[in-house]
Design a protein around this ligand. Structure first.
Ligand code: HAM
Length: 434
């Protein structure tokens, strides 16, 4: 058929990249509140804020997270710069924090050093509920001279307290110990031998990682692999004396703090830098999508070229927490600031209104406006929609007489006051309205 030119080509609307989402204005108050609470609670427990770049040298993640992990093997957004340097969008925050600690000699700030950070992370995953390609984490880490189990408990405590203030109920901290340099290799061999003797019953993915990363077989979600793990040797029976003592103390401290933990012998985590304690936090019946996770990483700083400096920490998945708050309809105390609305009529009033807004600002009165709209009706509609308790109406007459009308938007009652009394009158009326 001849193209008459009348059929317009359908405009293609550009979408955000797969698995990456906008955080829209209507959601910002909730996000702000979650960040505010996390920051307030961690500051209470003496965590200091740190920010590291969203992009790091690829080598940092290869060396720290581990080359045989899913993250490094499949999930990194890596690119070459014009100077042929290989950089990666950070898939997690801990490696960057350890790098920054060494680079700036942050140990000088005094140890233990408690660090808080937050930001975007990137993993090339198959997007699904609770799993995105860009997501946000809030992270807390305690870096210290000694590998003291009290820090493990303190780290878990802060995480639980943040979730409690966010009114998230039925928390469950799954904990395990995955041993250290001396006991884990022995256990790893035992586990490998066990799985090799059942190789035929394993899923293809587990067969492929049996040699490189046998611990990950314990958290495979495939039914047949789950059945096999029931008889697999567990780490906790194979811990060396130091790790056993460490884990025992962690559990004692968690008991003392009355934190809701449970042992999970199959919890191994997906990052190679962990030693001793590992943990994940869930809510309700959820068993797959943790609200967050973490653990001890005593060798990471040394592995990246620093002195031997043990550490422990965790990261919370902000999207997962927000989704939970939304689906459960939890009210975490978001109160929209009450603003008053200024309405003008005529060019002179419009010009003078600019100055009035500045005067109100000096008096700590929050003002909303729509100075770009000429029509009074349009302005009134916007004022009504904004939920403002009061409107200030400023017309030609008021502009000449140096006065302004204060209108109660709920009752419609109005009062004209001289401009010099405007701020005081508004404050009084707002106070009376509670
Ligand atoms: P992680 O377990 O890989 O640990 O991530 C922590 C949390 O981030 C997860 O429990 C989850 O809530 C969230 N998360 C992870 N991947 C995604 C995703 N694709 N989409 C949405 N949320 C996700 C770490 O990243 C360690 N750096 C934690 C840590 C800090 N360890 C010591 N200090």
């Amino acid at each position: 058929m001849e193209n008459t030119g009348k059929t317009k080509a359908k405009k293609q609307v550009l979408q955000s990249p797969k698995g990456m989402h906008d955080i829209l204005p209507q959601d910002q108050p909730l996000w702000d509140r979650v960040y505010r609470i996390a920051r307030d609670v961690s500051e209470y427990y003496n965590f200091k804020h740190i920010e590291t770049p969203m992009v790091e040298r690829s080598e940092l993640f290869e060396r720290s997270i581990g080359e045989a992990t899913d993250i490094v093997e499949k999930q990194m957004f890596t690119f070459k710069t014009k100077s042929r340097e290989s950089l990666t969008l950070r898939p997690e925050g801990t490696a960057g924090i350890a790098r920054s600690y060494i680079q700036h000699g942050l140990g000088q700030l005094g140890l233990p050093l408690k660090l808080y950070s937050a930001g975007s992370m990137f993993r090339y995953e198959q997007p699904q509920a609770g799993r995105y390609r860009e997501f946000h984490q809030i992270e807390c880490d305690i870096i210290s001279v000694e590998s003291n189990p009290i820090y493990d408990a303190q780290a878990i405590l802060v995480f639980c307290r943040i979730l409690e203030v966010l009114k998230i109920k039925d928390l469950r901290v799954a904990v395990n110990s995955i041993g250290c340099k001396s006991c884990r290799p022995v256990y790893r061999k035992k586990l490998q031998a066990y799985y090799k003797s059942h190789k035929r019953a394993l899923c293809a993915h587990c067969v492929s990682r049996l040699d490189k990363n046998p611990l990950r077989l314990l958290d495979c979600k495939e039914e047949k692999c789950r059945a096999l793990r029931e008889d697999a040797p567990i780490m906790i029976d194979n811990l060396c004396k130091v790790c056993r003592e460490h884990f025992k103390h962690v559990l004692e401290y968690l008991d003392e703090l009355e934190l809701p933990y449970m042992l999970d012998h199959y919890l191994v985590r997906g990052l190679d830098y962990y030693t001793k304690t590992v943990f994940e936090i869930f809510t309700g019946e959820e068993t797959v999508n943790a609200l967050g996770g973490g653990g001890r990483y005593d060798y990471l700083i040394e592995m990246l070229g620093g002195k031997i400096t043990p550490a422990v920490g965790w990261a919370m998945g902000v999207e997962r927490v927000i989704e939970h708050i939304k689906t459960q309809g939890i009210n975490i105390g978001i109160r929209a600031k009450k603003k008053i609305f200024i309405i003008y009529i005529g060019e002179l009033a419009k010009k003078k209104a600019l100055g009035l807004i500045e005067e109100l600002r000096k008096n700590n009165i929050d003002v909303d406006e729509s100075l770009g709209r000429e029509s009074l009706n349009a302005q009134l509609r916007i004022a009504d929609k904004s939920g403002a308790p009061l409107a200030l109406i400023f017309g030609q007459k008021e502009a000449f007489e140096e006065s302004i009308i204060i209108r109660d938007l709920a009752t419609g009652i109005q009062e004209t006051v001289p401009l010099e009394k405007m701020a005081a009158s508004v404050k009084k009326k707002l106070k009376n309205k509670g």
